[in-house]
Write a protein that binds this ligand. Structure first.
Ligand SMILES: *Cc1c(COP(=O)(O)O)cnc(C)c1O
Length: 385
């Protein structure tokens, strides 16, 4: 592949920071992970939130829902057009995900569909900021409040993204979960961060992050109690972030504003140069909003379809030119486990389905050059003109 769909942007500074962590003798959760949490809160520019570093966003979603008391018999509403991690954690807890359709323009969860799916068993909603475009959080939070529902934002794509002037992570939801997987807007190899305000939720997530132990290993070596002493208060998980990952993450976080500028620049160029092709280009945020541009998802429009151009053909033709693409996502209602469990049919998700049939995520990553991007643009012009 001449040009992959995504690549991490890791330089000497990251490599030096990781090497220093490894040489320090402390490689598991320790000073780097603690500093990373604090620096993450500083990045969000809201001292009323706290951050909990974890070894994946999946772990973070699990911890957040567990801390909010989601359990057997409960229903959790989420969009069908997402990664399975958004809802597999609901099943970990014995609760039931209720999948709903997305908005045809933003591809974020449809608020009307969400409202229609609420029952007396509904406990929580998990909106996904698709591609890095914030969902209509005012409307979602309003409906959630009216029905006494918790809100956990799956912000795996949305660092940094802004809604009504505020960074995602600082809204009024109960918890927000970011991902540092290798292809996300910044990476720790594998990792994630949960952000919340409620002290009880933070405390519960910290305990459950490490075996249900009341203090993590680092604090154990700093408190007055003897180093060997700890107490298990719950059957917890093993979800802590290593200091190796955190050292990488701290450098990536410092570079995030420049990553963001580059992504914005690449997105702007796609908008300029792909206009006029038979494509639906991604929805853009309003003036008070901000898009992380984790993904740039184009959809073939009706004119392309009428000419017999298909998503699969375009993906294949791009691949022949050495251009990597992806599809975000095969909707969950088409995945055997979720389809069979919920007895789901494509007709129940017309917008997710329509988008899925026509969507292509084209290369967008900070390390791609302007020439790389021109190559993608030229290929799309050749194929669709
Ligand atoms: C990447 C992703 C996740 C999971 O993130 P991990 O850090 O790999 O666990 C969850 N939800 C969405 C929408 C994602 O894209």
């Amino acid at each position: 592949m001449r040009l992959p769909f995504a690549l991490p942007d890791i330089g000497d500074e990251e490599i030096d920071a990781v090497a220093a962590a490894m040489r320090s003798g402390w490689i598991t959760t320790g000073p780097n992970a603690h500093a990373f949490q604090e620096e993450f809160v500083a990045f969000l520019e809201d001292p009323t939130v706290q951050a909990v570093a974890v070894n994946s966003a999946t772990a973070g979603l699990h911890l957040a829902l567990e801390a909010l008391g989601i359990g057997p018999g409960d229903e959790v509403i989420a969009p069908s057009l997402t990664f399975t991690a958004t809802v597999e954690v609901v099943r970990y807890l014995g609760a039931e995900p209720i999948l709903v359709d997305v908005d045809s323009d933003t591809l974020c969860m449809s608020v009307d569909s969400m409202r229609a799916a609420i029952t007396d068993r509904t406990k929580c909603v998990v909106p996904v900021h698709y591609g890095g475009l914030p969902c209509d959080m005012s409307a979602i939070l309003k409906v959630a409040r009216e029905h006494g529902l918790k809100v956990v934002e799956d912000a795996a794509h949305a660092l940094p993204a802004r809604y009504e002037g505020r960074l995602i992570g600082t809204l009024q939801s109960d918890a927000t979960v970011f991902s540092f997987y290798a292809n996300k807007t910044m990476t720790t190899g594998e990792g994630g961060m949960v952000v919340a305000r409620d002290q009880a939720i933070i405390d519960r997530m910290k305990v459950m992050r490490l075996h249900g132990i009341d203090r993590d290993a680092f604090n154990r070596f700093r408190s007055d109690k003897p180093a060997w002493y700890y107490e298990v208060v719950a059957p917890g998980y093993k979800y802590n972030l290593t200091d190796i990952g955190a050292a990488l993450g701290r450098v990536q976080l410092r570079r995030l504003p420049s990553f963001q500028m580059r992504r914005e620049q690449l997105a702007r160029r796609y908008f300029e140069r792909l206009a006029g092709l038979p494509l639906i280009l991604p929805a853009r945020p309003n003036e008070a909003g901000g898009h992380s541009w984790h993904l740039y998802v184009v959809r073939l429009d009706d004119a392309a379809y009428a000419r017999g151009i298909t998503r699969d053909q375009v993906i294949m033709d791009l691949s022949k030119r050495g251009i990597g693409t992806s599809v975000h996502y095969v909707p969950l209602h088409r995945q055997p486990y979720w389809r069979d469990r919920g007895n789901l049919r494509p007709e129940q998700f017309p917008q997710s389905e329509h988008a899925y049939q026509r969507m292509i995520s084209i290369p967008l990553f900070t390390a791609m050059t302007d020439a790389d991007q021109e190559y993608v643009i030229d290929a799309l012009h050749e194929l669709l003109r």
